[in-house]
Write a protein that binds this ligand. Sequence first.
Ligand code: URA
Length: 234
Amino acid sequence: MRLDKYMAESTQCTRSESRDLIRSGRVSVNGAVCKHPERQVSELDDIRLDGRSSTHQDFVYLMLNKPEGVVSASTDRRDTTVVDLVQAAYPRRELFPAGRLDKTSTGFVLITDDGAFAHDILAPKRHVPKTYRVTLDTPLTPEMAQGFAAGVTLADGTRLSPAEVTALSADGRTVRVVLHQGVYHQIKRMFGVYGAGVNALHREAIGGVVLDDTLAPGQWRELTAGEVAQIAAR
Ligand code: URA
């Protein structure tokens, strides 16, 4: 591929920024400075920016703060999707959400183009914990907390694995829930067993990685390599 395309993809800059980098003499190919954006290169070439190896980025991993009303899908005929919010920055990537939040829910959605990673972290056997802040229409009761700890049986007979729930507010209506599996509408259905309704649901963390509180709804950033490893290692 062309050197400017390679640099744009490996450093996540635009094509014109990439051309500027090259023309200013900061890029070398196989030990020699190259100022020609059109130069053809391949993965076999040693391409460096400011003397540092610029390895081609194989996959993209994003932390998005999903706003309410956006659906956790790649495409949708009616609604804005989580991928619509980030796609412009990665026009050639086939991005998808690794795990879903309901349309009305908010918070951390991990978006990637790494199918093996997504499959791995979503596998039921892996139990990557997900942490949620939930607002209820009624206070948390000891019966709910004991039921969650033992493993709730849903109305359709599905037996869930144990989950943790703790009150965050004095009135007991704001709680934190940690799940170790992902069943459709899981939290709403778990509280539904006790006749409690969910007014708001926000995912705070996936594994040990906490959603940045500097990300406003709709904003996102790339995960660091350490964060990707931390989620994958669970
Ligand atoms: N449980 C739910 O009910 N909804 C979500 O979006 C996530 C977990």
